[in-house]
Write a protein that binds this ligand. Structure first.
Ligand SMILES: [Mn+2]
Length: 350
């Protein structure tokens, strides 16, 4: 966890920021972290990071365009040196909050916060943001981020008291429990609606962010009106694809390793991987999204961080990393068979 001192420092940065820009990881943890901070101070612009593996230098353009006086980076483990250098040259304060198992940046001017470097814990950034803002009316937003990142937080019961019909009773305080909520409750459905809405066009994402920065309750999202029409349409569209991809991935379940790749207009690998892992907890799950000669891969399983790093070792230009039980990797598509073979060997020797 972050220390009280660190949390106070972040609060002070937020108060000082008059026109901040928030770059956030393009998933529910990133999104709900941004939403909580934005709703807390009532100002600032949010930009989901779609570059992988790092926040690349092109994004600095947005800092200029918006004339930002503060840069926040949420839930993104890697940021390009070029981006950092440009922020530094323009003398803009940078606050970077992350929870991944990575080395801290060397530059002393960066205000870097990561619970992992305090006590090896890795609470989702949305959890940290809830502790920073302390905004009870946004508890549902924090819950969406936490369950999407495999945590049943200490404020779950409070959420359940407030929204009993959206919650699932007494989930175990484990990743399985979090996914039990994610896949078997109304708040889980709302989480998927938001997650899928991040896959929409930039124009529609901007509209969604505006809507979400003003939404009064989780019910606003379920109710179809002019503001939610596109969000729900996107949800139905992606959900159909999601269900059919799930069926394809399930059909590989007689192996210890479920290895499944697909292509198409959007990636929903993390979501697919979480769902398949939830259904087959004893298996290793590897889901790859193929695009333009490259493949982005989500991996789940025991010791998967070690396994992932080992399996990409002899693959040219492959990148990968993440958490103990959940990682991501990227490589050229031609190396997929080799990668699969490496994984199979490592898993067999577990
Ligand atoms: Mn994330």
């Amino acid at each position: 966890m972050l220390t009280e001192k660190q949390i106070n420092e972040i609060r002070e940065h937020l108060e000082k920021a008059q026109n901040p820009i928030f770059f956030f990881d393009n998933d529910n943890d990133g999104l709900t972290s941004y939403l909580q901070l934005r709703r807390h101070i009532g100002r600032g612009k949010g930009v989901p990071i779609r570059s992988f593996p790092d926040l690349n230098a092109d994004y600095f353009r947005r800092v200029k365009e918006l004339n930002s006086d503060y840069v926040f980076i949420l839930d993104k483990p890697i940021v390009s040196d070029e981006f950092l250098q440009q922020v530094h040259e323009d003398n803009i304060p940078l606050v970077w909050i992350d929870h991944h198992d990575v080395e801290p940046p060397k530059q002393e001017w960066i205000n870097y916060y990561n619970p992992f470097h305090n006590d090896k814990t890795s609470e989702p950034v949305s959890y940290l943001c809830y502790k920073i803002t302390n905004k009870k009316e946004d508890i549902w937003i924090a819950i969406i981020g936490c369950i999407s990142d495999a945590l049943v937080p200490d404020f779950y019961e409070e959420f359940q008291e407030k929204y009993p019909e959206l919650a699932k009773d007494n989930p175990e305080k484990s990743p399985t429990g979090a996914f039990d909520v994610l896949f078997n409750s109304e708040i889980g459905k709302i989480a998927r609606i938001l997650d899928f809405s991040l896959k929409d066009s930039i124009t529609n994402v901007v509209k969604m962010l505006k809507f979400m920065s003003e939404a009064k309750s989780p019910y606003d999202i379920l109710e179809e009106d002019s503001r939610t029409k596109q969000i729900l349409a996107k949800y139905y569209e992606i959900n159909e694809k999601y269900q059919s991809l799930l069926n394809e991935a399930r059909s590989q379940s007689d192996n210890k390793l479920i290895f499944f790749t697909y292509g198409g207009p959007f990636s929903i690998s993390a979501n697919l991987a979480n769902r398949i892992k939830y259904e087959f907890p004893e298996k290793y799950v590897v889901i790859g999204f193929k695009k333009e000669g490259f493949v982005n891969i989500s991996l789940r399983g025991i010791n998967i961080r070690t396994i992932t790093l080992e399996a990409i070792k002899d693959i040219p230009n492959a990148t990968g990393g993440g958490h103990k039980m959940a990682t991501g990797a990227r490589m050229a598509e031609e190396y997929l068979p080799q990668f699969k073979e490496n994984l199979q060997k490592l898993i067999d020797s577990q």
